[in-house]
Design a binder for this molecule. Structure first.
Ligand SMILES: [Zn+2]
Ligand SMILES: [Zn+2]
Length: 472
């Protein structure tokens, strides 16, 4: 093979590197002063970072070959995982860095000069990877991230990357969170003695809801609470469930705290994600849902990070109005859903951040699942003149963008193509919630209703003179 010669040479270099490491490890280590230890830690970490760069570059080169296959492995990732004894996540990180070295030239230099860590670079490479894998993202640019990496800890940069992705690619960010929500699982297995084993997976937003419900109840109770953390979690879980059964409470989430800029709440393009206790940053659609009926504790920040609205806003749907809403709707008003009122949220048909009023004419009861579908799920609720509520499915991705095409013939061609794709996707909708669209005319009516609903929302976006009032 052609590579025979370079391999020998690389082997020599590697032998030299290992010999140097060996000499370094033999250095005298007695009586080292704390300052020396500190300096060594930084130096060794930097050396490790430089080697990580080499590892990443080599990983990317190896993954383009068929060598893994020759050696009977199923993928390059799997080969590296086994042969280099690494976790899958660590291999993916190396591959991401190796494949994006060309997109991050200045950041690589910053690692080489020890201005940022390799761990920073890993986050930046994963961000570049997810943005380049998205059809809706703006082109990746390293400058902004590099500035933050110089200033931020790795953990803080991790959060910032989420916010940046939300600002530059809100569609894919929200789609990822929606996919995570659709992947929730909870397996319940009953043992012979009747005890219950739980095994599950919950998305970040749902996980934050669970944790915020359990955390206050899972604190140690007084001086003689000998229970371990997991025991207390289990007790809190049972307590929450029995509490709900005992009193059938109205949904109130005083422990949920969400911090978001006003721009995020208004879903303005380029706005950062929202922050939620116990969760990764959450999409604008999620913030709008959580803020919809005002039962969460809300801290809204103005763009200059000034707290302008703390606690229950005046939009809160509580007391007499909620009772009137329960009496009028009785249950979730999604077509054919009958979840009872106390399992439902009060949904603003026109969101209060878009100027919708908190009064009965603009409110409707939706169960948690359907409230999610109306916000993150992208469904539109349309009320007919007769008062019937229709649920209109989301447009397939890209369909809403047709109007952007400049040439009218091209726009028409794209529309026809997307309509074709949309119709072929139709059967993917949840069967019970599908809107019949058996022919083109029915489909066109659905799209019209969808556009009308959007239009109505846009018309009501008179927020600027309706900012939350701190005195309210
Ligand atoms: Zn809502
Ligand atoms: Zn429902």
């Amino acid at each position: 093979m052609l590579e025979a010669e370079p391999t020998v040479e690389a082997g020599t270099h590697l032998a030299e590197l290992l010999a140097a490491i060996d000499r370094f490890r033999q250095r005298p280590k007695t009586n080292r002063q704390p300052q020396e230890l500190a300096a060594e830690l930084k130096g060794i970490r930097h050396a490790g970072d430089l080697l990580e760069l080499e590892f990443a570059e080599t990983t990317a080169a190896f993954s383009k070959t068929e060598e893994y296959n020759e050696q009977g492995s199923v993928s390059p990732i799997d080969w590296i995982r086994h042969q280099c004894r690494m976790s899958t996540g660590a291999v993916w990180n190396s591959l991401a860095v190796g494949e994006h070295l060309d997109d991050l030239p200045r950041s690589v230099e910053a690692v080489e000069s020890a201005e940022i860590g390799y761990a920073h670079l890993t986050l930046m490479a994963r961000t570049a990877q997810s943005m380049q894998g998205s059809s809706t993202a703006a082109p990746f640019e390293e400058g902004g991230l590099l500035d933050k990496a110089r200033e931020y800890s790795v953990g803080r940069l991790w959060y910032f990357c989420h916010h940046m992705r939300h600002a530059t690619d809100p569609e894919e960010f929200a789609a990822e969170q929606s996919r995570a929500t659709e992947s929730r699982t909870l397996k319940m297995s009953t043992y012979e003695d009747g005890s219950l084993a739980l095994e599950g997976w919950i998305d970040p937003v749902g996980g934050a809801v669970v944790r915020s419900a359990l955390e206050p109840l899972a604190q140690p109770h007084g001086d003689h609470d000998e229970r371990g953390r997991e025991h207390r979690n289990a007790d809190a879980f049972v307590e929450v469930c029995s509490h709900v059964q005992d009193i059938g409470v109205l949904p109130q989430r005083p422990h949920l705290q969400v911090t978001a800029s006003l721009d995020t709440l208004r879903a303005v393009a380029g706005s950062p994600a929202g922050d939620m206790e116990y969760s990764l940053p959450v999409s604008a659609a999620t913030v709008r849902r959580l803020a919809c009926d005002g039962t969460i504790t809300r801290v809204v920040l103005a763009p200059e990070s000034v707290v302008i609205d703390v606690g229950r806003a005046r939009r809160v749907v509580a007391g007499a109005m909620r009772r009137a809403l329960n009496a009028r709707d009785g249950h979730c008003k999604w077509p054919r859903c009958e979840r009872p009122a106390y399992w439902s949220d009060a949904h603003h048909v026109v969101h209060w951040t878009d100027g919708g009023d908190t009064d009965l004419t603009n409110m409707i009861l939706l169960c948690h699942r359907h409230h999610w579908m109306a916000h993150e799920g992208g469904w539109q609720l349309v009320r007919t003149a007769e008062g019937e509520v229709l649920a209109v499915p989301p447009r397939p991705p890209g369909l809403a963008r047709v109007a952007d095409a400049e040439d009218p013939v091209e726009a028409a061609r794209q529309f026809a193509e997307q309509l074709r794709v949309a119709r072929s996707l139709r059967t993917d909708w949840p069967p019970g919630e599908r809107v019949a669209a058996a022919d083109d005319a029915a489909w066109a009516r659905v799209m019209e209703a969808h556009d009308a609903a959007h239009h109505q929302t846009n018309q009501r976006s008179d927020l600027d003179d309706d900012s939350p009032d701190p005195a309210a």
